[in-house]
Every structure is written in structure tokens, then in C-alpha cells.
Design a protein around this ligand. Structure first.
Ligand SMILES: Cc1cc2nc3c(=O)[nH]c(=O)nc-3n(C[C@H](O)[C@H](O)[C@H](O)COP(=O)(O)O)c2cc1C
Length: 153
């Protein structure tokens, strides 16, 4: 994988995060930025640490838990070397439901750990509630974030 590609990694149980990741890939392609969507189960810490542009799309399950397919990668990232995400420009799209006590907790955890490990946040995290499709906020965020990635050298 070219390191100038946008790597979009997905933590999901029922596919909502994946659908938004696919949208992000479409927007990226429209602005001539190559993008690749990968399930968190199929990607290693090494791969994400070597990516220059990283978009994390992740829902929250249980009571503030990572989706099953995100658990291992999240744990491995937490245990990885402190500076392993140096040079990684990242943004987090979190999905959740405000009726739960730990709203969008998994996305928040990714946002924190990526910065702790040396990554550069290029856009504030968006926390999407269940009605995220009712207005354009989420879609606008995706477009804007892709544009920011695309403007980086
Ligand atoms: C059993 C269950 C537990 C959930 N737990 C949480 C939670 O703790 N915090 C939260 O913000 N959302 C929670 N949600 C909401 C999901 O994150 C939300 O529906 C999301 O859009 C699912 O995205 P996905 O299809 O990508 O997994 C939960 C949903 C279900 C069905």
C-alpha cells in the first residue's frame, strides 16, 4: 500500500461505521486521493503506524466497549511504543447513541490513544448519534476531513 493513500479503518458491529467509511472513500476518490477501507480485524498496528493519512471510523458497543472487530487492534495500539504513531495524521469519526452512559466511548478512546502515541490530529473528532443521517453534519465532516487530508503534503 502506498503510504500516501488515505487508510480508513473500521470498527463496527452492524455496518454503520463501514457505510460511512465507504462514503469517505468515495469523497476521497472524487478529489483524487487514493483511499482504502479496511476492517480493524484485518490491519496491524504496524500498518496503521506506517500510514500518513488515517481515518478511524468506530462505533461503541456493550457499555462503552470497542466493537468485537476493534478489540485486538485497540489493545495492541495501547500496548505499542509511545512514539509509534509519529508522522500519522489522523481523524476519528465516532458512532454511538446518546441514550447510553458512555456515548461514543470507543471513538473517544481511539482519539486519545492516537495522540498519546505521537499521532497528529488533523480534525476534531465527530461524535454521531443514532440520527446522524437526518442532517448533513456527518457528511459535511467527512468531506471537510477528506479535503484536509488531501491538502497535506
Ligand atoms: C447492544 C448495544 C450496545 C450499545 N452500546 C453503546 C454504548 O455503550 N455507547 C454508545 O455511544 N452507543 C452504543 N450503542 C449504539 C451503537 O454504537 C450505534 O447504534 C452505532 O450506530 C452502531 O454502529 P455500527 O453498525 O457501525 O456498529 C449500542 C448499541 C447496541 C445495539
Amino acid at each position: 500500500m502506498s503510504n500516501d493513500e488515505l487508510l480508513i479503518i473500521v470498527g463496527t458491529e452492524t455496518g454503520n461505521a463501514e457505510a460511512l467509511a465507504d462514503d469517505a472513500k468515495i469523497f476521497a476518490n472524487k478529489v483524487n486521493l487514493n483511499a482504502k477501507v479496511m476492517d480493524m480485524d484485518d490491519v496491524s498496528v504496524e500498518e496503521i503506524s506506517n500510514s500518513k493519512y488515517l481515518l478511524i471510523c468506530c462505533s461503541t458497543w456493550g457499555e462503552g466497549d470497542q466493537p468485537t472487530n476493534a478489540e485486538d487492534l485497540y489493545e495492541e495500539t495501547c500496548n505499542a511504543a509511545n512514539d509509534c504513531m509519529n508522522g500519522v495524521n489522523f481523524a476519528v469519526l465516532a458512532l454511538g447513541d446518546t441514550s447510553y452512559e458512555f456515548f461514543c466511548e470507543s471513538g473517544k478512546q481511539w482519539d486519545v490513544v492516537m495522540e498519546e502515541k505521537g499521532g497528529t490530529r488533523i480534525q476534531s473528532r465527530i461524535d454521531c448519534d443514532v440520527d446522524y443521517e437526518d442532517d448533513d453534519e456527518c457528511e459535511e465532516w467527512i468531506k471537510q476531513t477528506v479535503d484536509i487530508f488531501n491538502s497535506l503534503e
